[in-house]
Design a protein around this ligand. Structure first.
Ligand code: SF4
Length: 379
């Protein structure tokens, strides 16, 4: 009704996809592949009282118990996004391209640009979101190997987000009429499925994410909170600009739940000025000034539609206590801190994927499968 018409990204047209997922799980001829975003585990850790460093294995085990045949971590695709997006960014910096570059991993923000600020489209990174990068990678890599050739593969993403439902349904992400991501479940929907199956906490046993994308980094994990994309991209940019892995990889200035943050980093003779915005109302002033042709003093701007980022997404249970969103952010920071590898180019499974399929960052194949284009939407 009114909600569907009022929703700026159209996500409410795709509210319930649980039934399709159960149907696929119950079909013995279908292989069901699921992948889960970083922010989802922050809620599940709190619901089940699981320490941050055990949250990833716990959610992988939960998804396997629900019936997914293969389970991957979207933090892996976040590393892929970091490599593609930072390569694009440094290309713009070195080659005089359109700056500031605006991040494109939040489909709520992308839909807002297409509707309200179409003149900003040349500033948007051409990178697809981690969800769509993961979907295209599963369809074009794992589904064609690993004994899955010729099988029906149903691809499900578990997200903290409603806008991801509309994003997965965009026609450009359904080459030859087959969607890269068949269904998107929210965190709440996954938890409902656990309840519908009457799974008790003792039924849920931690498990590993599956090969060939089992490895993740702390950088990819940060995507779930505001500032995380910028911090992960800056970690890689520092490495690229200096030719060395940075000694300290913490960028405290861009962390936290404020609607606007900024940081300046100088490395290898290049200065990168970053702004981080969360909550769409906080981007209005910047968007207006960039549209007017003003130099706003930033090279890279991260925008997340939800205040605080995906940890506070519309697919997560509504926070009921003060400090709950901050606690969700802390889960991601703790996982990052405890990670063996904290920069995306250090992800060895990802390097193997480049060898197997994508070649080099921003290659022709990468552009075909991991990047996209945008168009103004006239209302
Ligand atoms: Fe979705 Fe909100 Fe995250 Fe954007 S910030 S991707 S709308 S949950």
């Amino acid at each position: 009704g009114q909600c569907v018409r009022a929703c700026p990204c159209g996500a409410l047209d795709y509210v319930r996809e649980r039934g399709d997922v159960f149907t696929a799980i119950n079909d013995p001829d279908t292989v069901v592949v699921g992948f889960v975003a970083p922010a989802v585990r922050t809620v599940i850790a709190a619901e089940y009282g699981v320490p941050a460093v055990e949250a990833s294995a716990f959610v992988a085990g939960m998804m396997k118990r629900v019936g997914f045949d293969k389970v991957f971590d979207v933090a892996f695709a976040a590393d892929l996004t970091v490599i593609e997006e930072t390569t694009e960014f440094l290309g713009r910096v070195r080659g005089g391209g359109v700056l500031p570059q605006l991040t494109s991993c939040c489909p709520g923000w992308v839909a807002w640009v297409e509707r309200r600020w179409p003149d900003l489209i040349p500033h948007l990174s051409s990178c697809r979101s981690p969800q769509q990068m993961m979907g295209a990678t599963v369809r074009n890599h794992v589904a064609r190997h690993d004994g899955l050739e010729g099988r029906r593969v149903f691809v499900v993403s578990v997200m903290p987000c409603m806008a991801k439902k509309a994003e997965a349904a965009r026609p450009e992400f359904a080459p030859d009429g087959v969607r890269d991501v068949d269904a998107v479940l929210t965190t709440t929907e996954l938890l409902e499925m656990v309840q519908m199956l009457r799974l008790e906490p003792e039924d849920l046993v931690p498990a590993e994410f599956d090969a060939p994308y089992a490895r993740t980094t702390g950088a990819g994990m940060l995507f779930g909170a505001s500032g995380g994309v910028a911090e992960a991209a800056l970690r890689m940019a520092l490495e690229e600009l200096t030719g060395e892995r940075p000694e300290s990889v913490d960028l405290h200035e861009v962390r936290g739940l404020e609607g606007f943050k900024e940081a300046t980093v100088t490395a290898g003779g290049t200065t990168v000025r970053v702004a981080v915005v969360s909550g769409l109302r906080n981007v209005e002033d910047l968007a207006q000034r960039i549209t007017a042709g003003e130099d706003v003093g930033y090279d890279l701007i991260e925008v997340m539609a939800c205040p605080g980022g995906c940890i506070n997404g519309a697919g997560q249970p509504v926070p009921r206590q003060v400090g709950q969103v901050a606690a969700r952010q802390q889960v991601l920071l703790d996982i990052d801190e405890a990670s063996v590898c904290r920069t995306s180019p250090g992800n060895t499974d990802l390097l193997r994927l480049y060898d197997d399929l994508y070649g080099t960052p921003n290659s022709e194949t990468a552009h075909r499968l991991l990047h996209t284009t945008y168009a103004p939407v006239r209302r």
